[in-house]
Design a protein around this ligand. Structure first.
Ligand SMILES: Nc1ncnc2c1ncn2[C@@H]1O[C@H](COP(=O)(O)OP(=O)(O)OP(=O)(O)O)[C@@H](O)[C@H]1O
Length: 583
């Protein structure tokens, strides 16, 4: 244990790192966090830090992670030069402008996450010299120019999609190993792995082109021509950037309403604008007439806190001025979805009423915006968080067997209800996974209330591929087998949840949006080994030996539900009966 005085000495040892962070603190602003009050004193106390977003090792700053904080402004150009032990830099999902930061000389840097910002200009070429670079995520910015020839063998994740990059993708072995998703949605990128070839340069001069520069006067003529061309291109580029910028701000303002920084005068102007904007005066359709109602304008003006960002879009907790708290899911990439289909699906889902389902309260749909408004469930976290968070650390509250069994019953009831109520749906839930199961504590007794969320979204997706990438149903083996999808895919996902509950083991994560079906099958095989025994049980429930029988009965049900052949999996009402008979 280091003596506090020694620690203080260590802190003083790297003042350059502190100064660099202070430079950053002074350069960016945030509505979500006050860095001035959170970043004071020394940033490192040997291996820990009191500064939000900062992690330290041996007194050095090693991580800067400031995601989802509505940070705006320009990063100070060279501030990172002093933070020589930096291994992770993450500013994802903010509103940062200007050039990407200079990272030259940061030989320990592995993770660079700068996606979902407004960074512009080109990717600095010195990024190709970062020797430890493992993951570079620059998607959803306004980057221009070409891609430098990255060829670090360490590079495992690379994403520059949704920018304005152009030119041939360098044909280095490293860059060629990533899929087209890493490069998609750029203005003029070409070459493999994208499915387009680069245009061959036109060698015959266009008829109106100026003659070759043979004399000084002709040379001047050519340079004027070039300058005009450059000026026109620059103006065009600026125009595109401004349009993208405006669209971005329009999008992020949707759920922010009148921010606190807006002056009274501007508020009045906004209000007047709202009154003359027919779209904002839209009445929302409410499925439960007993609930407090509000209109779109109330929703847009309310204070919204982003509580999650998933593959389907972002989730906000919204407190309406008149009182109610709701959760708003804001879908991304759905502008192609027919309004009629969205409305029909929402009207159907809005009819679902069950104690184990999050209720859909209302929805909103325009060409560019698709919102689903749900009831807010005060919760202790999702099942995923309760099962897996803080394992091996002091702060963990173990989940005992009876709580696990009651959660299983709640999930099975909710899913069986969905299967009964939506018989025409191919896969009624289609996104069942432990992070979509909310657990609400009940103060009267130990019985937690269970809520399934994010159900019924399969018909909103344009293709089987999109479904397999965005929804947990993509884990079912029928995807890779090319078989028809049925409600049995939900049964498979339910089986996976059971295995997670019984074993306490985490389902392998998805990489780069690709569902790792092989990994999952291997995972299932490894937890359900041939000598079926108490070895598979989570250490947290192992001690309750009097209930081992119940645990193994549940494991058998999980095994049936995760059969590779959908026809062999039981129906949800059969599963529910078997679970209810366990005790
Ligand atoms: N109705 C709700 N009430 C309270 N909290 C909710 C509600 N719906 C979702 N949440 C919480 O919001 C967070 C984000 O949910 P969201 O569904 O966006 O994330 P996700 O499950 O990780 O996304 P995805 O399903 O696309 O992977 C989760 O922590 C979840 O617990």
């Amino acid at each position: 244990m280091i003596h506090p005085l020694m620690a203080a000495e260590l802190e003083e040892f790297y003042p350059g790192e502190r100064d660099a962070l202070i430079q950053l603190r002074e350069s960016v602003k945030s509505n979500a966090i006050d860095l001035h009050s959170r970043w004071t004193g020394p940033p490192c106390n040997n291996n820990s830090s009191n500064w939000v977003g900062i992690a330290c090792s041996n007194g050095h700053v090693i991580h800067i992670v400031l995601d989802n904080l509505q940070l705006t402004g320009l990063l100070p150009p060279t501030f990172l030069q002093e933070i020589t032990y930096l291994s992770k830099l993450s500013f994802e999902n903010n509103i940062l402008l200007g050039p990407l930061p200079i990272l030259a000389g940061l030989v320990h840097l592995q993770y660079v996450f700068l996606s979902h910002n407004l960074f512009s200009t080109s990717i600095p070429t010195h990024y190709i010299d970062l020797p430890e670079l493992t993951s570079l995520q620059l998607q959803q910015n306004l980057l221009t120019g070409g891609i430098p020839p990255f060829d670090q063998p360490t590079l495992m994740v690379f994403n520059v999609s949704y920018n304005s990059l152009e030119g041939l993708i360098p044909q280095t072995p490293t860059l060629q190993k990533f899929s087209d998703d890493s490069y998609s949605h750029n203005l003029e990128l070409c070459g493999k792995p994208l499915n387009n070839t680069c245009p061959t340069p036109n060698i015959s001069p266009p008829p109106a082109a100026p003659p070759l520069p043979l004399s000084p006067s002709k040379s001047t003529k050519l340079s004027i021509w070039t300058i005009v061309l450059i000026a026109v291109s620059a103006a065009l580029l600026l125009f595109i950037v401004m349009i993208a910028f405006l669209c971005y701000f329009r999008k992020i303002n949707v759920l922010q309403g009148d921010g606190e920084d807006v002056s009274d005068e501007e508020k009045v102007q906004n209000a007047t604008k709202r009154d003359s904007d027919p779209e904002r005066r839209v009445e929302l359709e409410f499925f439960d007439k007993e609930r407090p109602m509000f209109d779109l304008d109330d929703l847009l003006r309310a204070s919204a806190e982003m509580i999650g960002k998933g593959k389907m879009g972002s989730t906000y907790k919204v407190t309406i001025d008149s009182g109610p708290i709701v959760v708003v899911k804001r879908f991304k990439e759905m502008s192609d979805l027919d309004k009629k289909e969205f409305v029909q699906q929402m009207q159907l889902l809005g009819q679902m009423r069950h104690e184990n389902l999050v209720q859909i309260v209302s929805f909103y749909c325009s060409k560019d915006e698709k919102l689903v408004v749900c009831e807010f469930v005060p919760n202790d976290g999702s099942l995923a968080e309760l099962l897996h968070e803080k394992r091996g650390s002091g702060g963990r509250v173990a989940l005992n067997w009876s709580t696990r069994l009651s959660i299983v019953k709640g999930v099975a009831k909710g899913l069986a209800y969905l299967h009964e109520s939506l018989p025409s749906h191919k896969v009624p839930h289609a996104n069942l996974k432990s992070s979509n199961i909310l657990i609400r504590p009940n103060s009267n007794n130990n019985n937690h209330q269970i809520y399934l969320t994010d159900f019924g979204f399969l018909p909103l997706l344009p293709s089987r591929k999109a479904a397999s990438e965005k929804l947990s149903v993509g884990r079912a083996p029928e995807f890779s087998q090319g078989k028809k999808l049925t409600y049995k895919a939900d049964v498979y996902c339910f089986g996976i949840v059971l295995l997670e509950i019984i074993t306490g083991r985490q389902v392998p994560p998805e990489r780069n949006g690709d569902t790792t079906i092989e990994d999952l099958a291997q995972w299932v095989r490894s937890v359900i080994n041939d000598d079926w025994s108490t070895d598979i049980l989570d250490a947290e429930i192992l001690a309750a030996s009097e209930t081992h029988d119940e645990m193994l009965k549940l494991a058998e049900i999980a095994l049936d539900c995760t059969s590779v052949e959908p026809e062999k999996r039981p129906k949800m009402n059969q599963v529910l009966r078997r679970i209810q008979s366990i005790n």
